[in-house]
Design a protein around this ligand. Structure first.
Ligand code: KG4
Ligand code: ZN
Length: 344
């Protein structure tokens, strides 16, 4: 706990790993003074997915304005921040580089410490913003467009990986299935919405388990099952109810995500479970996880949807805890597109 006489610690955070250009100012690790996100989704929707080259160009166009806006909304000047945190991986290399170069330039010009932050550590840290009492250790399921991990958060920024996806990430499965039923990009929110009109028991899609790895995930078999189902209907002229497909697919993902997390919590005797990443904003998942946790006597944590999908506030929170630990990056900080969890 901080005592009230101590000076506030302000972190300016920058995130540009995929298709959101974002900046935020975080006070004392858990208070969001500003959280500015310039989304490129409309642009990439035209192409049915993120086009890396366009993403980089758009980041360059927006980043200065987004940072200025974040400082302005926080009523802070660059000279008043204590450190600059930036996502340096994993992500699209060209996109990451824009944020990293900007952060280095600002750190050099304003003589501020620079802290490279792991994007996934950011997602996990989003849980600290609205759950002031949440502290490690706890179990966290990170489910985004690029990643699916089940980890024990042993301490701030310290993870024991229990399981990961063998193929597609959970969000990737949502995006691919959405595209197959003609919903467009990004698929997660659209499937979430359409599912409300469908029957989740209509089509028995598989619940994949990975042999010999109790906490690993696999979503490509489910994706293929959906594609096969659609093809079969198209060949036989059977009518396709998109809402039923969406709801049945979603239920299959949700069942696997809930079952795996609860099983791990039980096996490891952990009584706190958090979810993170874009898919963590899925309403059916949140309801199912909350119900399962309540039944098991597990405390359940999740960020608000705006802190689930990519944002810079979560990078600022992770950056704060790295700052306290003494983590500092040099001006030779580089983007690491395939940075693994637990690596620096
Ligand atoms: O965390 P995120 O913004 O970016 C990555 O780091 O990947 O996650 C984006 C992913 C996309 O695949 C998107 O379709 C999915 O999160 N997503 C959702 C929902 N909102 C976003 N998936 C299911 N339900 C949602 N409501
Ligand atoms: Zn992300």
């Amino acid at each position: 706990m901080r005592n009230s006489m101590e000076k506030d610690i302000l972190i300016l955070a920058i995130e540009s790993s995929c298709d959101e250009t974002a900046a935020a100012v975080i006070k004392n690790g858990r208070t969001v003074l500003s959280n500015v996100i310039s989304s490129q989704i409309d642009l990439h929707t035209l192409y049915g997915g993120v086009v890396p080259e366009i993403a980089s160009r758009k980041h360059i166009e927006k980043i200065n304005q987004v940072i200025e806006e974040a400082l302005k909304q926080a009523e802070t000047a660059l000279e008043d921040v204590d450190a600059i945190a930036v996502t340096y991986g994993p992500g699209l290399v060209g996109a990451l580089l824009v944020g990293v170069a900007e952060a280095k330039a600002l750190a050099y010009a304003a003589k501020k410490p620079l802290i490279g932050v792991h994007h996934i550590e950011g997602h996990v840290s989003a849980n600290y913003i609205e759950n002031k009492e949440l502290e490690p250790p706890f179990l966290c399921e990170i489910i985004s467009g690029g990643h699916t991990h089940l980890v024990i958060v042993k301490d701030y920024g310290e993870f024991e990986i229990l399981g990961r996806t063998r193929d597609d990430a959970a969000g990737e499965a949502f995006d691919k299935v959405a595209r197959a039923i003609g919903l467009g990009y990004p698929g997660g929110p659209k499937i979430d919405r359409l599912s409300k009109e469908g029957n989740s028991q209509a089509i028995p899609f598989p619940r994949a388990k990975v042999a010999d790895a109790a906490y690993d995930f696999s979503f490509s078999g489910l994706k293929s099952a959906v594609l096969n189902y659609l093809n079969k209907c198209r060949m036989t002229g059977e009518e396709i109810c998109e809402a039923d497909v969406a709801a049945s697919f979603q239920q299959s993902v949700v069942d696997v995500l809930v079952d795996t997390a609860i099983r791990a919590a039980r096996d490891k005797g952990i009584k706190k479970l958090a979810i993170a990443g874009g898919v963590a904003s899925n309403q059916t998942l949140r309801n199912a996880m909350a119900a399962a946790c309540e039944k098991e006597g597990i405390a359940f944590y999740h960020p608000s949807p705006i802190f689930c999908t990519d944002n810079a506030a979560m990078i600022g929170v992770a950056g704060y805890y790295e700052y306290l630990k003494g983590t500092r990056s040099g001006l030779d900080l580089n983007a690491v597109p395939n940075l693994k969890l637990g690596e620096r």
